[in-house]
Design a protein around this ligand. Structure first.
Ligand code: UDP
Length: 414
């Protein structure tokens, strides 16, 4: 464990992943000498992308890799449009008008002028900054990868047609699951997201820290706690979870805790939060929290650890890091069988997958009524995350990808 208040170093990961894993990372990093890697997305705060970049970047720096993380600038109008794109790519019905596409292109022109391209390899995350590829001609030796965190397998065609003109300019695309992809003319790579077991969000916490957070939010530590952590977003289905909770509450005197924040590039949050509050009005034991950014990671960690069951009742998902985080903490998880969730949960083995409000309620009750069953599944879940979804694997694959982009057609010998 790192000393408290200091960022974890590579050595701190050895007890978790083994020395050979860290040695391999060092070896791979040595092959990246002279190559600068640049990641570009649209926000430093909130959501899974920022969560991962926040940890990948310092750890790769420690490995000696020349790496930087930049964000594009956008205005609220632009982020309204990109949120609509996000929903439409996930297959949600959205009203899109010509003006939306113009707004996108206007901001793209601005960020193309204002964003400094510095990398030999540029990773561009999601649709917001995707038009950066228009700079490609100016940077002839640069390799460009589009990192898509969204499930675009059945998108709104208009949005996809618009974005695919940019996508096809990239040297490669990266998806989180084979199920998320579409036929493309450029190479596709598969890299699953991962969590950092030693970040403030996931590091072990003492009972005192957990109790302190519960007390701060008025949560009773002696009553079962059912928690969902996520941005306030329709696709995370907080409204459906309130319905499921009502069904649970008929049989078990439990509490429901929504742990949420708002991402800087997600303008819909306040509206959804209000709807959740309205829907939960008059219901006992529902806690709807907005976590302050400066305490976010430790408090989310504490609330996940305090939970009896963690739920992710999403209608659509990307990978769902919230599920990874909960499984890593040894929690029984009930989650919808959407997006990357089935990659993390094998039903009845490492958690319970649900398909409806009723199913979610039933599975929550199954866990609450049968602690031995909950313990067995959560143990399996933790093992699965340890083997597959920790940040060291993610860093390894990022470095391999950079090597692949520069050694197209050649065998890479390490
Ligand atoms: N998150 C957080 N505070 C909150 C709500 C969410 O730190 O109040 C984090 C959560 O712990 C996870 C990330 O935001 O690390 C969400 O990632 P996920 O892949 O689950 O969903 P996304 O927001 O990217 O759709």
């Amino acid at each position: 464990m790192p000393k408290s208040n200091t960022a974890p170093t590579l050595e701190d990961y050895i007890p978790i992943v083994g020395e050979s894993t860290i040695d391999e990372l060092k070896l791979l990093a040595s092959h990246l000498k002279g190559k600068k890697i640049q990641h570009i997305n649209s926000t430093k705060v909130g959501g899974g992308v920022a969560e991962m970049l926040n940890r990948i970047v310092p750890l790769m720096k420690e490995l000696g890799v020349d790496i930087e993380w930049d964000t594009i600038e956008g205005n609220p109008e632009f982020f309204n449009v990109t949120k609509k794109f996000h929903n439409a790519l996930h297959g949600r019905s959205e009203i899109l008008v010509d003006r939306d596409f113009d707004i996108y292109l206007e901001t793209a022109r601005e960020y193309n002028q204002n964003t400094k391209i510095k990398g030999d390899v540029v990773f561009v995350h999601d649709p917001q900054p995707i038009a950066l590829i228009q700079n490609k001609k100016k940077f002839k030796n640069t390799k460009w990868a589009w990192r898509c965190h969204i499930d675009v397998s059945s998108p709104n065609e208009r949005v996809w047609d618009f974005l695919s003109t940019f996508v096809e300019g990239y040297d490669g695309s990266i998806f989180s699951s084979p199920k998320f992809t579409r036929p493309l003319k450029i190479p596709q790579f598969l890299i699953c997201p991962a969590i950092d077991p030693l970040s403030d969000k996931n590091k072990p916490l003492g009972k005192q820290d957990i109790d302190k957070t519960l007390a701060k939010y008025g949560i009773n530590k002696n009553k079962p706690i059912i928690t969902q952590v996520s941005r306030y977003d329709y696709l995370k289905d907080p409204l459906g979870l309130v319905e499921a909770f009502k069904l649970v509450k008929k049989y078990v005197d439990a509490q429901l805790v929504f742990v949420g924040n708002s991402a800087a590039d997600d303008p819909e949050g306040a509206k959804v939060l209000n709807e959740v509050k309205e829907k939960a009005e008059g219901l006992d034991d529902v806690h709807i929290l907005l976590i302050p950014p400066e305490r976010n990671d430790v408090e989310v960690n504490a609330l996940q650890r305090a939970s009896s069951v963690v739920v992710q009742k999403s209608i659509k998902e990307g990978f769902a890091l919230t599920v990874t985080e909960a499984l890593w903490k040894g929690k029984p998880v009930v989650a919808s069988a959407v997006g990357g969730i089935p990659l993390q949960i094998k039903n009845k083995y490492s958690g319970l997958l649900s398909h409806s409000i009723e199913g979610t309620a039933l599975h929550i009750r199954q866990f609450l009524h049968n602690p031995a069953y909950a313990k067995r599944l959560s143990h399996n879940g933790k093992t699965h995350i340890k083997r597959n979804f920790l940040i060291t694997r993610l860093i390894r694959e990022h470095m391999l990808l950079v090597l692949a982009l520069f050694n197209k057609g050649d065998i890479i010998s390490l």
